[in-house]
Write a protein that binds this ligand. Structure first.
Ligand code: EZ4
Ligand code: CO
Length: 423
């Protein structure tokens, strides 16, 4: 080709200039503890656009940090930030070692940050890149918990007064010290609360007696207009879960969550044979492979996989589309260990997903809100995401630096004889 006399740069086609601008030039991990620990990835392109991703793994935070810093970031530098799918496949297939909570959180953080960057580049909120809003707002559920049925009933009343249309109800159980879901602070429930795990006790028999009484009391007091949810938190065997589901049928739950551990997906057949109470599973799932059997055999009704846990928006979209074939709806995990970055990404995803079901929502503390600014608001039992380009979330790094990492682990559960159980 004859020399045009232009400099090398000027001679390039337009797309090459755009590629230069979109080149990832920097990526760093920010670990901060504004009330609880969060791991945030910040990716920056050559023209100065940055995106944020969340890689928080509650109680094991530094594992994704090491994975990102040592093994992911060196691969990102120089890549074209616009190629979200290719970078996802590169990180998933290219590592050879697939799946797992650490790896997939790192992949998720990169994916969230790249969607954020793409939205900013195109001047569009991420929901518009996904296909636009299927709904203006997304129904959320809050956490009501108390030491006994009376206290939990008061808490449910408080959530209804706040405008919630759906409430998860958990109660202490007489004789079960530290039964799951009973927090110390009402508004900011936080289970990861000690440098070494707090020991709680578990006893299935009293729980199975007591839990249905909670929902009997709640329906007697509040009627059937409010959606009620309950989290069993992996505590039961399949046949016990079938029995609980059946006992709860008169109270019309929105869902019974994590009734038994889900490593063995077949276990849910037994539960299904015994109850029509809807089942939600998936907050600890990392990929479509963790839920494909549960979904295609119609063993669950709601898939709780998240943007954070299950490989970002790119992969969660794949799970949701697959689930839609069997009329399984989404119910994304949204506890406080999912940072405002994940909550923002989740709300873009939820606003789009045609088979959206509900979104879990636990409020972050004022310290967290001082570090992360967001573009979502609670109104009338639902969250609304705004039109800010990208994910609409930002981090104040100076404020974050005031809150250094503070090791905290999740509790453990033991049976009365000391046997380790599922927390
Ligand atoms: O215990 O996110 O449904 N929500 C939950 C959560 C989990 C925490 C663990 O980090 O089960 O509260
Ligand atoms: Co749960």
């Amino acid at each position: 080709m004859p020399d045009s006399g232009l400099s090398k740069n000027e001679n390039r086609p337009l797309s090459d200039n755009a590629a230069d601008a979109a080149t990832i030039v920097d990526a760093k991990v920010i670990v901060a503890c504004p009330g609880r620990n969060f791991v945030t990835l910040k990716i920056t392109t050559a023209d100065g656009i940055y995106g944020l991703g969340d890689a928080t793994l509650n109680g094991r935070e530094l594992a994704p940090v090491a994975y990102l810093e040592n093994h992911v970031i060196p691969n990102l530098i120089g890549k074209d930030a616009r190629r979200i799918e290719d970078i996802w496949q590169f990180l998933y297939r290219g590592a050879y070692w697939r799946r797992g909570p650490v790896t997939m959180r790192a992949v998720a953080a990169v994916d969230m940050a790249l969607w954020d960057i793409k939205g900013k580049m195109l001047g569009a909120p991420v929901v518009d890149l996904l296909g636009g809003r299927s709904r203006d707002s997304v129904m959320v559920y809050g956490h009501a918990n108390g030491g006994d049925i009376e206290q939990t009933t008061d808490e449910v009343a408080r959530y209804i007064d706040l405008g919630y249309k759906a409430v998860r109800a958990q109660t202490g159980v007489p004789g079960v010290r530290g039964a799951y879901g009973v927090g110390r602070d009402k508004m900011y429930y936080e289970p990861a609360d000690a440098a070494l795990p707090r020991e709680t006790l578990w006893a299935t028999a009293p729980y199975l007696q007591y839990a249905p009484k909670l929902f009997e009391a709640l329906r007697a007091k509040f009627g059937f207009d409010v959606h009620l949810l309950h989290d069993v938190h992996h505590r039961l065997t399949p046949i016990e879960a079938g029995r609980l589901g059946r006992a709860l049928e008169p109270y019309s739950l929105f869902w019974m969550e994590d009734p038994t551990p889900a490593e063995n997906q077949d276990a849910f057949r037994l539960i299904r044979e015994h109850t029509t109470t809807p089942i939600a599973v998936g907050e600890i799932f990392n990929s479509i492979w963790d839920c494909k059997d549960l979904i295609q055999h119609q063993l669950i009704d709601f898939i709780r996989a998240t943007v954070l846990g299950a490989g970002g928006i790119t992969h969660l979209k794949r799970i949701a589309d697959f689930a839609s074939v069997w009329q399984v709806r989404t119910g994304c995990h949204g506890a406080t260990d999912l940072s405002p970055v994940t909550m923002s990404a989740a709300l873009h995803f939820d606003s789009w997903a045609p088979n959206f079901g509900i979104q879990e929502y636990m409020r972050h503390t004022p310290e967290t809100d001082a570090v992360f600014s967001t573009d979502y608001a609670f109104n009338d039992g639902a969250l609304v995401i705004g039109d800010t380009p990208g994910l609409g979330v930002d981090i104040d790094e100076k404020e974050a630096a005031k809150h250094p990492y503070d090791p905290k682990q999740l509790p453990i559960a033991r049976l009365e004889d000391g046997t380790m159980w599922n927390w």
